[in-house]
Design a protein around this ligand. Sequence first.
Ligand code: ADP
Ligand code: MG
Length: 385
Amino acid sequence: MTAPYDPEEREKVVAKLPASLRQELKVRAAQLGMDIKDAVTEGIHAWRQDPSAAAPVDTSGATSFSTYLPTGLYAAFKEDCKARDVAYNQGVAQSIRLWIDAHPVTGRRRPEVGTARRLIVCNQKGGVGKSAISNGLSQALAEEGARVCIVDFDPQGHLTRHLGQELLGIKSPSLAKHMLGEADGRVRDLLVPIECGAFAGRLFLLPACKDAFLLDAKLATTRHVRTKETALEKALEELEKEFDYIVVDCPPSLGYTMDTALYYARTREGEAPKSSGAIIPVQSEDTSADAYDMLSEQIEDLVDDLDIEIAQLGFVVNLYDSRKGFVVTSSLDSWKSFGDPPVIAIIGDLKEQREAVRLKQPLLHYAPDCEQAEAMREIARSVTA
Ligand SMILES: Nc1ncnc2c1ncn2[C@@H]1O[C@H](COP(=O)(O)OP(=O)(O)O)[C@@H](O)[C@H]1O
Ligand SMILES: [Mg+2]
């Protein structure tokens, strides 16, 4: 006999599971856009219904895992475990295995509608290649078939200009005004299609506006609790249904504006680890290391204060020229020695990048086969792996 339970109410339950199984569950649930607790619930139902379907799972090295089950299911499940002479942790592991096996993912991994992956390209140091990399990476993703929105979040608007577009007028609706609740209309209406190249129809730009220079000061004085961190996420929320990736070219600063971008790139509940996060362009020189220390401290502060996870997806060592001597080569070794985040690409000082900027053309359209374009594809592959 099993006890009845109410599917609306949930209670916290704890079990010991091997890390590999927890990870597999997390990733699969995210790929299917499901909550982990619902996946576990389904697995337990399946386990209870069909004793012949369950197979033993290796639970060595298990550590604590908690989730929420409909109230009463835990007690009923424990009774079943006893009746079937299966240890409780083994029963949970078998249930999860059943659910994972019953929910295979086929084909290329593509974000579910409404769960756009958010990539921010950041470093408060100017001239390290944030705009070049946001731009090239977005083109490489779109070239592969993804729908991509590039957000020019730097009031200087270099990226907007590089793509031959105009900055939004200072009095017009803009991303900053939407973030502050000062704009009517939709953010969607601000987007400009980038219509050339193999990515036409899939690549859109949210242009910069100089009003973003005031964003830090305005966020600092906002009276809305927690608007400081969530403002970017709220403003861009409506785009998540339409795009697979939202790539943010961050400003060269470490103020509240940057906090909103870091918060936006956090790993959301149910999202697979490293689906979203920060890409950090750096140079092979000592000042770049100092700049990274400061950025890394800001990330850690935010992570601690808000109890969130922010994935640092990798360094892109840009404008690399080994002929400049041992400071440059030893500095590359230091970036590599981090291990986590890894170095995901090393890019030389290449003429096509400068030419594409001068001609205001997307790099992957202007010189699709050049080394720089290949590097952008490498970064795209690394973040979508
Ligand atoms: N690998 C590269 N080779 C040649 N020029 C580059 C490279 N990366 C960036 N640049 C150029 O250097 C300048 C600064 O890069 P940018 O992407 O605007 O930096 P940031 O956004 O970090 O300030 C731009 O003119 C850009 O086109
Ligand atoms: Mg820039």
